[in-house]
Design a protein around this ligand. Structure first.
Ligand SMILES: [Zn+2]
Length: 136
C-alpha cells in the first residue's frame, strides 16, 4: 500500500530543506561578528562572534541562529483552514510556519549550543505550563 500523503509532513520537510539554504542565519552572524583575537587557537578562522546569552566568543560552527521569537508559538498553533487535502489531518496552519521560520537577520540572535538548548527547554516548559493551565 502506498504511504498516505500527509500535506503537513510534506510541507514541513520542504520548509526544512529551504531553511538550510536561507541566508538569514549567516547574515545574523555577520551582523555581530568581529575579527578573531590574535591568540585564537584556529589560525584559519577569520571571524568570531559572542553568544548573545553567555557572551563567550565562538567560531561560526559553535553558534546557532536562534529565532528570538520561537518558530512554534509557546501559546499554541493556529489551526489550518479546512481543505480536502488535509481534512483527515487538520493541524497547524503551515502558512504560519513559513512566516515564523523565515525571518529578518535581526530577528535572530546568535547563541552557543548550550545556551540555545537551555532557551528551547524553557520554551517547552512554558508550552507545557500553558497547555496544563488551559485544561483546568
Ligand atoms: Zn552561550
Amino acid at each position: 500500500m502506498a504511504k498516505e500523503f500527509v500535506l503537513k509532513d510534506y510541507l514541513k520537510n520542504g520548509i526544512r530543506v529551504l531553511s538550510y539554504k536561507y541566508s538569514g542565519p549567516s547574515e545574523a552572524f555577520n551582523l555581530v561578528r568581529i575579527p578573531r583575537p590574535d591568540n585564537w587557537p584556529n589560525r584559519r578562522v577569520k571571524w568570531v562572534a559572542p553568544c548573545n546569552k553567555c557572551k563567550v566568543l565562538f567560531e561560526r560552527s559553535g553558534l546557532q541562529a536562534d529565532h528570538i521569537e520561537p518558530i512554534i508559538p509557546v501559546t499554541g498553533w493556529p489551526e489550518a483552514p479546512r481543505s480536502s487535502l488535509y481534512e483527515h489531518n487538520r493541524g497547524p496552519d503551515m502558512n504560519v510556519l513559513v512566516y515564523r521560520c523565515f525571518v529578518k537577520p535581526t530577528d535572530y540572535q546568535m547563541l552557543c549550543k548550550p545556551c540555545h538548548k537551555e532557551k528551547s527547554k524553557r520554551e517547552n516548559e512554558k508550552r507545557q505550563q500553558i497547555r496544563t493551565s488551559s485544561k483546568l
